[in-house]
Design a protein around this ligand. Structure first.
Ligand code: GLU
Length: 478
């Protein structure tokens, strides 16, 4: 019996790391930390055809960007190194040999043509396609001869005939399946690479993994893994299969077709890693007091994998947006300035950041919103005639615009109080309705009806530019 809890995440470098992967990784990470154990990162790159260049580096980088880390892994080493499966081929070979020697696995020399034909026939007979165990009946002499002739082969598991395979899932309880439904799966491919099933079992065993928390898409593989543990005479780890996320609209499994799913893209789109982690914590699990804001430390203390909901949960964008706002509001001005830096568009007037940022920070849903919330400060605006004339006729608006232009031009020290005084004095000295007048200026100066506080905004845009925009507004209504 193992005494130390050891969990792992075992990404295949076949593409982008998904938000669901980070959510699962977080659970494995937190549980290991809670139990004073270790969290291991292992790269499962046995499918050489699907391997994508640079994917390992990107996966490791995105995990770090989310503020998480591993105790043992490809870059760090550890007692079970190497942590990359393609560097462990000799280990799998050795374990497969043992299985063959003990009569638990067998060589299969069937050609691709034979397997294709068999499959076609089975489908035609409306049977479930499955290996027909042809090579299971080969005599030791036949096997030897094939090997001597150098015939390519794979190694398959001898699945027992009529056995019930049972395992307990931490989330779903006991799961049973009849061995008759399990294929004599390939363990070692003809190129000497192990299949996922063999490699995952050998490695989880050798790396002394005690708990496997992985996506529910792997649940149908688990009976195969249990059979392998039995064949080796090893104790299997405890399994927890985590439900997949549903698309934000609640329809179907979350997928690329309905928007972005890559873990990196959420960061690139201005979500804070702390907010995303908090979001993943409360999707399908809640602490005893049901609170929704949790730090990583609190989660590590309170998380219980047995209490994860067995039902799939919707990837609720509204909740994520709300949480992101909560975390943005927690930042000091200094922290926010630092974090928002990489979302600033190239033409953003950086020297004015300290002045602009406090005006809009309350309205940031994501850090990337900085552009849409501030572009009118530094980019040319356009005027909508209808909007300018919404609450007053052209003659009045024209008069307001020209007198405001004069008042603003006359200001000698460009400060917020001076500006406010000039505009308020003008309004008070006329019979202009305050709400109409202020809105009209807002539209004339920014091109929009919703902006940060008016005087601060005008001040930020600058005297000369404001005068120019007021004149352009006048042109628009003529
Ligand atoms: N390599 C598998 C993956 O890509 C790991 C599955 C497992 O956790 O067993 O997710």
């Amino acid at each position: 019996m193992h005494t130390t809890v050891r969990t792992r995440m075992a990404p295949s470098p076949t593409g982008e790391y998904h938000v669901g992967h980070i959510a699962t990784l977080l659970k494995n990470y937190a549980f290991a930390k809670q139990q004073g154990g270790q969290f291991i990162l292992r790269i499962e790159d046995t499918d050489q055809e699907r391997k994508v260049d640079g994917a390992v580096e990107r996966i490791m980088s995105v995990i770090h960007q989310y503020g998480l880390d591993w105790d043992e892994g490809p870059d760090k080493g550890g007692p079970c190194a190497p942590y990359v499966q393609s560097q462990r081929l000799h280990i799998y070979k050795e374990y497969v040999d043992t299985l063959v020697k003990n009569g638990k696995a067998y060589f299969c020399f069937c050609t691709k043509e034979r397997l294709d034909q068999m499959r076609e026939d089975q489908i035609a007979r409306k049977e479930l396609p499955k290996y027909d165990r042809h090579c299971r009946a080969l005599s030791p002499d036949e096997i030897q001869q094939n090997l001597t002739e150098g015939k390519p082969y794979v190694v398959r598991l001898k699945v027992p005939d009529a056995e019930t395979i049972t395992f307990t899932d931490l989330i779903r309880g006991e799961i049973s399946i009849e061995s008759g439904n399990v294929d004599d799966q390939v363990l070692l491919k003809s190129d000497g690479f192990p299949t996922y099933h063999l490699a995952v079992v050998v490695d989880d065993h050798l790396m002394e993994i005690t708990h496997v928390m992985r996506g529910e898409e792997w649940i149908s593989s688990t009976p195969k893994h249990i059979l392998l543990y039995q064949a080796f005479g090893w104790q299997s780890p405890i399994y927890a299969h985590i439900p997949v996320f549903l698309n934000p609209d609640g329809q179907g499994k979350m997928s690329k077709r309905k928007g972005t799913v890559s873990a990196q893209s959420f960061l690139d789109n201005g979500y804070l890693p702390e907010a995303l982690l908090n979001f993943f914590m409360i999707l399908g699990w809640a602490p005893a007091d049901q609170r929704e804001i949790l730090s990583l430390e609190e989660y590590i203390k309170e998380f219980n994998p047995a209490h994860i909901s067995a039902k799939s949960v919707v990837f609720d964008m509204q909740k994520l947006n709300w949480l992101n706002g909560v975390y943005i509001r927690k930042l000091t001005q200094e922290q926010l300035t630092e974090k928002i830096e990489k979302y600033l568009p190239a033409d953003f007037p950086r020297a004015q950041l300290a002045e602009i940022l406090p005006l809009i920070s309350e309205r940031l849903v994501t850090l990337k919103d900085i552009e849409s919330l501030t572009d009118f400060f530094y980019r040319p605006i356009s005027h909508d005639k209808e909007l300018l004339l919404k609450k007053a006729d052209a003659a009045l608006v024209e008069q307001q615009l020209s007198q405001t232009t004069e008042a603003i031009t006359a200001i000698t020290d460009w400060t917020i109080p001076a500006l406010e005084q000039a505009i308020r004095t003008l309004q008070e000295s006329t019979d202009w309705k305050k709400s109409q007048y202020f809105m009209m200026i807002r539209v004339a100066v920014t091109g929009r009806t919703a902006t940060p506080p008016l005087f601060e905004t005008i001040h930020c845009i600058g005297q000369a530019e404001v005068v120019q925009r007021l004149q352009a507004a006048q042109e628009t209504i003529r």
